[in-house]
Design a protein around this ligand. Structure first.
Ligand SMILES: Cc1cc2nc3c(=O)[nH]c(=O)nc-3n(C[C@H](O)[C@H](O)[C@H](O)COP(=O)(O)O)c2cc1C
Length: 225
C-alpha cells in the first residue's frame, strides 16, 4: 500500500472531509426543521434606493439579526417595469420576482410603500396584483408572515391607512399579517421630511420592530412538525 502522503493529497482529503461534514451538518439541521428561512423585502417606490428602500432595508437588517436561520433579500422595485394584472399580460420585470416567491426557502414578506395620496403606490398595487398566480395550487405565500411599512412626506401622511391596505390585500394570498413588536403594533410608520428618512429615529425603530417580529413569526411558522 502506498502510505506516502503528499501535502497536496493531504489537503485534498482534508477539504473533502470538511465539505462532507458541513453537508451532513446542513442536512441534520434540515431534518430538525432548522433550514434557511428567507424573508424578502419589497420596496415599492418608483425611486430606487430612496426612503422606502432604506426603511425596508432597516426592517430586513433587524429580521436577519433574529437568528442565523434567517436570510434576507431586498427587492427594490424602483426602476423596474411592473404593470398591474391584465388578461393579456405582456412580459415584464415581474418574471424576475415570481421565482423568488415560489422558492421553498421563502418564509416571509416585508412590503414597504410610499404614501401617494394617502394610499399605496401604483407600483405596490401592481406587485400585489401580479402575485395572482400564487393563489393557485400550493399557494406558496399561504401561512407565511407578511408585515408592512409606509413612508410619507408628512408625519401623519396616511401611513396607517397604507399598512392596512397592504395587509388586507395579502390576506387574499393566505398570508398571516403581522405588525411590529410593541410599540409598533401595526407595522412601520415612517416620516421622510425633506426626503431624509434617516432623521426619523422613531419611524426607523418601528421598521426594525416590524422586521424583528416578521422574523420571529417566520421561525414559529417555519418550524417543521
Ligand atoms: C404622487 C405623490 C403623492 C404623494 N402623496 C402624499 C400624501 O398623500 N401624504 C404624504 O404625506 N406624502 C405624500 N407624498 C410624499 C411621499 O410619500 C414621500 O416623499 C415619500 O418619502 C416617497 O418615498 P420614496 O422616498 O421612497 O420615494 C406624495 C408623493 C408623490 C410623488
Amino acid at each position: 500500500m502506498n502510505t506516502h502522503v503528499t501535502r497536496r493529497n493531504f489537503l485534498t482529503a482534508a477539504g473533502t472531509a470538511a465539505l462532507a461534514t458541513s453537508a451532513s451538518t446542513a442536512q441534520a439541521a434540515e431534518t430538525r426543521g432548522e433550514g434557511t428561512l428567507r424573508i424578502l423585502g419589497i420596496a415599492c417606490s418608483p425611486r430606487k434606493g430612496m426612503s422606502t428602500s432604506k426603511a425596508v432595508q432597516a426592517a430586513l437588517d433587524a429580521a436577519k439579526a433574529v437568528s442565523p436561520r434567517i436570510e434576507v433579500e431586498m427587492i427594490d422595485l424602483g426602476g423596474l417595469n411592473i404593470a398591474g394584472w391584465s388578461p393579456k399580460p405582456v412580459p415584464d420585470d415581474f418574471e424576475l420576482i415570481l421565482p423568488k416567491l415560489k422558492d421553498p426557502q421563502f418564509a416571509g414578506l416585508i412590503i414597504g410603500s410610499p404614501s401617494y395620496f394617502r394610499s399605496l403606490s401604483a407600483l405596490c398595487k401592481a406587485f400585489i396584483e401580479r402575485c395572482m398566480p400564487l393563489r393557485e395550487g400550493a399557494m406558496p405565500l399561504a401561512n407565511k408572515p407578511v408585515g408592512a411599512l409606509a413612508v410619507a412626506g408628512n408625519r401623519n401622511g396616511g401611513q396607517e391607512l397604507i399598512i392596512q391596505q397592504i395587509l388586507t390585500a395579502m390576506l387574499s394570498y393566505g398570508m398571516v399579517p403581522v405588525g411590529g413588536n410593541s410599540p409598533a403594533m401595526l407595522g412601520g410608520t415612517l416620516w421622510s421630511a425633506k426626503d431624509d428618512v434617516t432623521q426619523d429615529e422613531i419611524g426607523l425603530q418601528s421598521a426594525k420592530l416590524l422586521g424583528t417580529h416578521v422574523a420571529e413569526v417566520a421561525l414559529l411558522l417555519g418550524r417543521k412538525p
